[in-house]
Ligand binder design. Structure first.
Ligand SMILES: C[S@@+](CC[C@H](N)C(=O)[O-])C[C@H]1O[C@@H](n2cnc3c(N)ncnc32)[C@H](O)[C@@H]1O
Length: 343
């Protein structure tokens, strides 16, 4: 692991641990999966990483399918004891992912010290935050890196607000097919905006009808891990300039100390990296998120730790569950500053 200083505009003082690229060499992958490379399964190799794109055009939606499978399994807990509930997750994800995650959930949870419980607590927290924003007059929703997020199709949002689902074109095309198959139609209040965050700016949102005058919530769930610093910074800067005053953003992120050499050498980590084909890039040291957000038009920053999630959602039958400590959620107000008129 090499220690570097990020040089993107505005974060020159933030130390970032960057995972050495060669940890992803195909040679680290388990032998059985390597043989699948020969049969057409795409593996992340040093060569295609060097192409510079963090996410390839042809990349599948495997991480999104994985998360949706976790939601599906949580939603099936007996007696509605699941921490989050997603009525569409089982139908949106693929059966292969669903069965794989069901089979390895216990093992994966132990190895990752509660990553799956973090995912379900995160979704529940995002759902609760969305409800609070709806109650406080939000009238536009933008879901960045939407993956198989089904909030657009659930009752509370039907016809209430205009929704933009922004995602990588490859993931989005697959999602649209899935939505049509499951629902038979596309709801009229949703607009799909295909964007590669590493290559394009959110200006495309304006071309697709985003209204700069409306109080908006931006949901960015499970995405920053896969973006480079420049892309995260550019997204925050765009929101600071274009969102209406009192708009809000909620996203989650990984602490920079998180992935150890031992983690990365582990079989499960290799399998997941191999399956997802997405390279983890953005992470930040604990306690630095407020500094990162300061100066980007962001105020009212609230950082939510694993311990807080555990206190909020792991009670009764869930009280013995562990929430992975290496991730956190942050939400804040974002948007154009109101002009102060001095009298
Ligand atoms: C783990 S999934 C999260 C999806 C969903 N928000 C969730 O909570 O399950 C990661 C998402 O980030 C998107 N993503 C990753 N890199 C991207 C990029 N460079 N541009 C646009 N989207 C990207 C993927 O397409 C995928 O939908």
């Amino acid at each position: 692991m090499s220690e570097v200083v990020c040089t993107c505009s505005g974060c020159v003082d933030v130390d970032v641990d960057v995972v050495a690229l060669d940890q992803y060499k195909a040679v680290d992958f388990p032998r059985r999966l390597r043989s699948r490379a020969a049969s057409g399964v795409q593996l992340m190799t040093t060569r295609n990483l060097k192409s510079g794109a963090v996410m390839r055009r042809t990349q599948t939606i495997s991480t999104a399918k994985g998360t949706a499978a976790v939601w599906a399994i949580e939603s099936e807990r007996p007696g509605n004891t699941g921490i989050c509930h997603d009525p569409y997750a089982r139908r949106f994800t693929s059966t292969v992912f669903y069965l794989l995650i069901r089979l390895f959930a216990g093992y994966g949870e132990r190895r990752t010290h509660g990553a799956l419980t973090f995912i379900v607590c995160r979704s529940r927290y995002f759902d609760d935050y969305l409800k609070a924003c709806l109650a406080s007059g939000m009238s536009q929703l933008v879901i960045l890196g939407a993956g198989l997020d089904s909030r657009t199709y659930r009752d509370p949002l039907q016809g209430v607000v205009k929704i933009f689902e922004v995602d990588h074109p490859a993931t989005q095309a697959s999602k649209i097919k899935r939505v049509k198959k499951v629902l038979g139609t596309i709801p009229t209040n949703v607009v799909y905006v295909p964007i590669d965050f590493d290559e394009e700016t959110l200006d495309k949102l304006l071309a697709y009808g985003f209204d700069r005058s409306l109080k908006t919530l931006f949901i960015w769930e499970g995405v920053t891990y896969y973006l480079n610093w420049k892309a995260v910074d550019a997204t925050l800067a765009w929101l600071g300039t274009n969102a209406a005053p009192s708009s809000t953003i909620i996203f989650d992120y990984e602490y920079a100390f998180a992935s150890t050499r031992a983690d990365r050498r582990h079989y499960l980590y290799s399998v997941l990296s191999c399956l997802d084909g997405e390279r983890r890039a953005f992470c930040i040291k604990s306690g630095q998120i407020e500094d990162l957000l300061a100066g980007r038009g962001v105020t009212q920053v609230l950082d939510v730790s694993a311990d807080q999630l555990k206190r909020l959602y792991c009670m009764g039958p869930n009280q013995d569950r562990t929430v992975a400590q290496k991730y956190a959620i942050v939400h804040a107000e974002i948007g154009r500053h109101q002009v102060q008129v001095s009298t």
